[in-house]
Every structure is written in C-alpha cells, then in structure tokens.
Design a protein around this ligand. Sequence first.
Ligand SMILES: C[S@@+](CC[C@H](N)C(=O)[O-])C[C@H]1O[C@@H](n2cnc3c(N)ncnc32)[C@H](O)[C@@H]1O
Length: 262
Amino acid sequence: MTAGAPDWAAVLEQVPRAGFVPDAIWVDDPDGPGFAAVSRRADPGRWSAAVAADAPVITQINRGGPRSAADGDFPSSSCSQPSVVADMLNALDLRPGARVLEIGTGTGWNAALLARRVGPAGRVTTIEVDPGVADGARRALAAAGVAAEIVVGDGVHGWAESAPYDRIVATASVRELVPREWLAQLRPGGRLVAPWGTDHGNGALLTLDLGPRAPRRAGSPGTRRSCGSAANGAACSGGSPARTPSPARPPPRPTSAATTWT
Ligand SMILES: C[S@@+](CC[C@H](N)C(=O)[O-])C[C@H]1O[C@@H](n2cnc3c(N)ncnc32)[C@H](O)[C@@H]1O
C-alpha cells in the first residue's frame, strides 16, 4: 500500500458483501456440467460459506435466461473475489472527495466500498449493462444507505454525463485496448484500473495514469500506462496506444432517464 492510501481491509470489514449478494446464487454443480442454484433460505449454511470464501460468487447465469443447448451454462454476473477487489482498490489510490466511475455494477458491493472511501464530498457513478442486475444493486445500495449514481448501459462508452472522473475502475475486463471514451472521461492526472484480458478478472491488473496535461481530445489521450499489482502474478502486456476502433455507426447510448440515485 502506498503512503496515505486507505486501509481497504478495514473498509472491506465495514461493508460486508453478504449485504449485497442476492438470495439466489450459483455454484459448480458436482452432478452436472453447469451450475446448481443455492438459495439463502433453503440452504443458509452453503450460501454463507460461498459468500464468506475468498472467491467470486456467481449471482447470475446465462444472462438470466435458460441454458443454451449449444453452449451450456455460463456465469454472466458475479460478486468479485474479495482479495481481487482489495488489490484493485489499492491500485486505484482513491481519496476522499474523488469522483469515480465503476464499469460493471454487479451486486453493488464494490460501489458501496468506493462510496465509503470517497465520502459525502465525493461521488460514485456505476454503470451496468443488465437492467435486472442494476435493479438488484440499486435495492442493495438503498438498503445499505449508500448514495451512488447507477446507470443502465454499455460501460464500454463510460458515462460522459457525469465526467470528468478522478478514477475509473472496471470490474469487467479490458481486452487488448482501453476504450477511448474512458480516457476522454478521465481527468488529467486521473487513474484507470481494469482487469486485463479475461472476462472476470483473473488476468493481470492494468493501472493506467493519465498525464497531468493530457489533451482532452478523445483518441490522443496522452497516457502513461504502467503495470500495477497483478491479480494472479501475470504481467500486463502491450504498449500500443490506447484506442478503440470506432464502429461505422455508434451503438445507441443509454439515456439520462436510465440514471437514478439511491
Ligand atoms: C464481476 S461482475 C461485477 C462485480 C461488482 N462490481 C460487484 O461488486 O459485485 C461484472 C459485471 O459487469 C457487467 N458488465 C459486463 N459487461 C458490461 C458492459 N459492457 N457494460 C456494463 N456492465 C457490464 C456484468 O453484467 C456484471 O454484472
């Protein structure tokens, strides 16, 4: 931990993830190829053991739909592994009063940790692609008394409406190139932390510092990229300029009507 950085272990203790994990979770099915549902009500011991473990908790499979005959089950939302969350929060170097954007709200647990750290002078915006998952996070954050802006949309575009951000943290991973909108929405001198190269954070951790006098034109962000701590000991790779090819026609943007405060 760097000098002046928060004691995230204490924050993790103050905001237990049991308050954010839904009653229905999924675990590896020992008798089948996919996942088996575990209900907090029907099997509280197993549910509590899964939530207490230093492992991700799968909170949605198959995007909430049925198993695909071709692909089988796949996890589509989860509550991240606590030790990985702690690594990412340490890498973020978040201070009270900061404005932070989280990509991938999931259960809302990480948003609650961020909100606890930035305090009332700061602001947490979190974006989730799945409306049902976002609703669950909204309920959990409200129950915990946490104020955060929850946006439903594709986080690949960030959320320009609440930019600029002092920090951006992605809980869904970056493959190859960092989206240019994230860099355009980061304040000069700001920091971006993202898992690198896998879907749910088991790869290297990317820490990217935007230069203090970075130009504000998206596409030439003037970045300095460095490897922070690595979640699994892997080094991050690639030194190409951080940019993402623009599609011929941009996908529809979420509207501000999709933004709510809890
Ligand atoms: C590892 S989980 C998030 C864990 C979460 N931060 C927590 O504290 O529980 C990743 C989340 O990112 C969401 N996601 C995946 N792709 C996304 C995208 N393009 N934009 C926004 N959210 C996305 C998934 O639906 C999933 O809920």
